[in-house]
Design a protein around this ligand. Structure first.
Ligand code: COA
Length: 418
């Protein structure tokens, strides 16, 4: 049966029902109403267990495998909302009225035209050689340059900058995709949604409503996720009273790594390396022997199935089944999940995360693998803005300690005596 908007919504609501049947039995602590400082917590390597800030932006319930943005369940937002509305929600704290949403969307659309400074930088940078995330970093400089020419004299007005970085992350992603493909740039169309514009500016073709809706859902799903590495990085930059553009560059750098946002690309490369469903078991055994991580699996917080993967899996399956662009990859992914869950699921509580199925969906849309992490950034930028904005309201510079375990009593020797 052909996919429709209605059938996509039903797939999400089915996934929600299944999730709640499974997790409804699990008792998990309710989030506290406020944080009373100082907080007593046990901190492990990688700051595991450390509390960095109180927040009302979002809640990751790692015990049950649930995710909430500003009080709203991620399944409901995916089923009924849009990326623009979710961005407003994250940044402003409540769902917008029609007039508020139109104003917010208008602010984004009025800032998404291709910027001259970005274009000029892209023209001199080796676009095909650099990772696209590096180009997005340059785009944040381009966005700031444009801001400075608006008569602000380098002084940044927060809302203006926030709308600009959200808009430009999408525009720049489209630019990079086109330049990597050796194709002419495509200006975003202010009549299209953010998700549709992302696809349009990357591919040069106006997407159909199913691809648009799927991309919108993917953007909703990736927009915020607790004190993840890139969000924390952007907050650390903000906490020094540096500017929002630098905070976004910090977030991009952190997101790029394969242990974080870069995992969506790594999954695709692994699936291609495995080659076919028949080869999953020997590949998996070899990976385990070599202590190689299975990309798109495991999570610092979730010790249950990641709700974002619960949404993406049925969507990716429905969209990529019989799709020649991902021929064999879906079956390989499904088999890999099954084998990995048997080996590591119950015993080590390692389950698929959001990155396991997202790449498959993007690949089925004809998107180049290197562009997967930038798509993540197009979405997560809203979470970064929301969290940085919240933190700066009661700002205190982040400054944890290291525990010095080196020597302290060495005598300095001139270089000729060493
Ligand atoms: N495949 C195989 N084993 C994994 C694993 C994976 N994807 N993720 C974690 N583990 C194992 C580790 O080998 C370790 O085993 P050990 O206790 O026997 O040494 C244990 O689980 C804890 O792993 P660790 O890396 O310390 O967990 P973490 O909380 O520091 O890391 C991730 C979390 C997400 C970085 C980690 O699960 C990972 O690297 N996943 C793959 C990358 C990925 O998908 N990232 C996207 C996250 S949304």
């Amino acid at each position: 049966m052909p996919l429709t908007q209605q059938s996509l919504t039903e797939l999400i609501l089915d996934a929600k029902k299944k999730a709640y049947e499974e997790i409804g039995q699990v008792d998990a602590p309710q989030p506290p109403k406020q944080v009373d400082w100082p907080v007593t917590c046990e901190v492990k390597p990688g700051l595991e267990g450390a509390v960095a800030a109180g927040t009302e932006v979002g809640f990751v319930d790692g015990v049950r495998g649930a995710l909430v943005y500003r009080g709203y369940d991620i399944f409901d937002l995916c089923a009924h909302s849009t990326f623009e509305e979710v961005s407003y929600l994250l940044i402003n704290g409540q769902l917008p009225t029609q007039a508020e949403l139109e104003k917010f969307t208008g602010e984004l659309r009025s800032r998404m035209a291709i910027l001259q400074p970005t274009r000029q930088m892209f023209d001199v940078l080796p676009v095909k050689a650099l990772h696209p995330m590096k180009m997005l970093e340059a785009a944040m400089i381009g966005a700031h340059a444009e801001d400075a020419t608006d008569g602000n004299g380098g002084e940044i007005e927060w809302d203006d900058a926030a709308w600009r970085v959200i808009a430009q992350m999408m525009t720049a992603t489209g630019m990079v995709a086109r330049m990597r493909a050796g194709q002419p740039l495509v200006e975003p169309d202010p009549e299209l949604s953010h998700a549709a514009n992302l696809l349009y500016t990357m591919t040069g073709e106006r997407p159909d409503e199913i691809a648009t809706r799927l991309m919108d859902i993917a953007l909703i799903l990736h927009a915020d996720h607790g004190m993840n590495a890139s969000t924390f990085t952007s907050m650390v930059v903000t906490s020094t009273l540096s500017d929002l553009y630098f905070a976004m560059s910090g977030g991009l750098g952190s997101l790029k790594g394969p242990l974080h946002g870069g995992a969506n690309e790594a999954v695709l490369y692994d699936l291609q390396e495995i080659g076919s469903a028949d080869n999953v078991e020997p590949w998996f055994e070899e990976a385990r022997r070599n202590k190689r991580k299975i990309m798109g699996m495991g999570h610092r917080v979730y010790k249950a199935y990641d709700p974002r993967a619960r949404v993406l899996k049925p969507l990716a399956e429905a969209y990529s089944r019989d799709n020649a662009k991902v021929s064999g990859l879906l079956e390989t992914a499904e088999k890999l999940e099954k084998v990995a869950l048997e080996a590591m699921g119950r015993e080590k509580k390692i389950f698929p995360n959001v990155d396991f199925y997202s790449g498959l969906l993007y690949k089925a849309m004809g998107i180049e693998t290197a562009m997967f992490t930038p798509i993540f950034a197009v979405s997560r930028v809203s979470g970064w803005v929301a969290r940085c904005q919240e933190y700066r309201e009661n700002n205190r510079i982040f400054r944890p300690r290291g525990i010095y375990t080196g020597k302290i009593d060495l005598q300095y020797k001139p270089i000729g005596e060493r």
